[in-house]
Ligand binder design. Sequence first.
Ligand code: OXD
Ligand code: MN
Length: 587
Amino acid sequence: MTTSLEALAAWVDDVAALTRPDRIHWCTGSDAEYAEMVRRMEAEGTLTALNQDTYPNCYLHLSDPSDVARVEHLTYVCTRTEADAGPNNHWMAPDEAHAKIDALFEGAMRGRTLYVIPYCMGPLDSPLARCGVEITDSPYVVVNMKLMTRMGDAALERIEREGHFVKGLHSTGDLDPNRRFIMHFPEELSIKSIGSGYGGNALLGKKCHALRIASYQAREEGWLAEHMLIVGIESPAGETHYIACALPSACGKTNLAMLIPPESLPGWKIWTLGDDIAWLHPRDDGRLHAINPESGYFGVVPGTNARTNRNAFDMITHDAIFTNVARTATNEPWWEDKKEGEPAIDWQGRPYDPASGPAAHPNSRFTVGAKNNPVYTSLSEAPEGVPLSAIVFGGRRKELAPLVYQARDWRHGVLVGAGVGSETTAANIGEVGIVRRDPMAMKPFCGYNFADYWAHWLSFESRLSNPPGIFHINWFRQDKDGRFIWPGFGENLRVLRWIIDRTEDRIGAHETPIGYLPHAEDIDMQGLDIDSDVMRALTSIDESQWQAEMDAIEAYFDTFGDRVPAALRDELAAVKNGLSNVAAKAS
Ligand code: OXD
Ligand code: MN
């Protein structure tokens, strides 16, 4: 036994009896252990060193071609009653789910090593952090968890002190998509995942624990686990505001979290606290505080270049793991839109041939520790987190949603979040580019019934005397030829400034039925060449399109029946009313 915590030792024994590994290794989290794991994977051929002169300590992993993204259709929330999981989740009864998946785990680790990874989501000394233990047979998971979480001895110490932890059992199994399941048991605070080695399916601290299980735990304990980046924005005068922003997968959260201010806005600084997950807690000051439970990034690689995200581009030149990118003839990693070099070998290890599709998989990823980021802030380790000035929701919408708007108050803000729709991306297996409802960007990640989740969100109105403002953004508007009309990336700082000015009551806005829109002149356009027509399109709404949108949101809410909170329905009715009044006046 390598732990003083009996419950943990007993669970590891039970898992070993079921899965029959050749060896058991308790991860210490040391750098030497990481180096040894890398060496072993290189010997096995599951990790390849990239050019160590230009990309020191960088490695490439190529996954099974059928295992490149999250698999929502195989992801289950197994609560005692189906209604508790809600129509937003696939559900299976816990007994049935355990029986089904345990049968697949039987003997699954024969010939392999069972790794025990104790980890802490959040700063090790934070009362807002929560711990877990992942058991896995994948060395790739071990090295990724080392970069993404605080794992090893220090986490184990906290777990032994607290006596409880989230249990996550993972095996890559035989990678057969027909024997792949990602199951969550929120009432038992446990996860079982088999048949995939892909990040979101296999690094159980991330989506499975820090979102699905944590969202459930957060409702019981009075906080929120959200799919949000956390960023600090420092003005030239030295005033810093913290913003948490929820965007669906592959909609630019990492870029926004690491935004580089354009030269035309001198003196502004950006600090990254997190790029994917935020845990939000009401604190004694009446404000909502945020911590990032993770300590690394698992970001989408294609599209990263010196112009779109110089910080990310630089941060992945050392101590990084790449998954499913291509390689150049000089063994450097290569991806679409890198704007440098040429692919020689594609993400499946074949000589590159443009006829076989992109050289790097569209959902290829980098994994790096947060400290690689040039704009890392040590506030990421602050036990109390940072107080939020604003919460920002958003989606990928070619039309309809303006560049930015503000909700009237918290309650209306919950409607804005619950109504988010976005065009799908390659982060999940399935059709790309269709609009789907993605409330709070949590569609794939909420561990319980969305209707109860919205009620939980609404309850914060009375828990916060000084709540953050709530906003909605859309960087993805297109013209009729399919070109993006807003430049995005660093220029998004102009929108963040508007958001901060609104939370500080420094500027007015134009009131519409969907919320407050900017007066076009209040968005600083210095140094940016954008047509006034385009600016008008970005800062106005088409009422009839919005009427159709609100109908679609209402129809979506209807799928949750009477569990939808009355206050949310009232907010929806108020917006619909406002839109029909405008339409009546116009006719
Ligand atoms: C992610 C995702 O990997 O949202 O962050 O898919
Ligand atoms: Mn994500």
